[in-house]
Design a binder for this molecule. Structure first.
Ligand code: ADP
Ligand code: MG
Length: 140
């Protein structure tokens, strides 16, 4: 199923993501696509809020590839922006990380994943001018 939304501010995007985030089951994967500054990190902040995690904890530090936050589930926040090679992405061992029970995985720059993730939700964020973002959510 595909749903498309327009948001007009960062807060709007966080609120939309919070609504999705509250519906996610443990084991869900959320693959975020979109350019630098699109709002991928903002979207993950909304998922965090829905799961009882301090949204302020969700940042995009320069050198950290995987961040783990604890709420009613464990949220793994992965940013593939700096990972060029397939080998480097394979080395993250995403499958093992996510196999832990009660984990939701959210990945920025998911375009870079070498293989598709079956059953994943894809969130595509496009700049629609000014502070407007077109957010397309594809769920299996
Ligand atoms: P990304 O992780 O995709 O690089 P961020 O979430 O870090 O992007 O940053 C998005 C930037 O765009 C922030 O500076 C935010 O304030 C701004 N912004 C403006 N309008 C929106 C919107 N509608 N949704 C999300 N972010 C927005
Ligand atoms: Mg980001």
């Amino acid at each position: 199923m595909r749903q498309t939304y327009l948001t007009s501010s960062e807060q709007d995007t966080v609120d939309l993501a919070c609504r999705l985030g509250s519906e996610l089951r443990p084991g869900a994967w959320v693959l975020l696509r979109g350019d630098l500054g699109a709002g991928k990190t903002a979207f993950i902040r909304g998922i965090a809020r829905a799961r009882g995690i301090d949204p302020e904890a969700v940042t995009s530090p320069t050198f950290v590839l995987i961040q783990e936050y604890r709420g009613d589930v464990t949220l793994l926040h992965i940013d593939l922006y700096r990972l060029e090679s397939r080998a480097a992405i394979d080395d993250l061992g995403l499958d093992e990380l996510a196999a832990a029970e009660g984990t939701i995985v959210a990945i920025e720059w998911a375009e870079r994943l070498p293989t598709p993730v079956e059953g994943a939700i894809t969130v595509t964020i496009e700049d629609a001018g000014g502070d407007t973002r077109r957010i397309t959510i594809d769920a299996p």
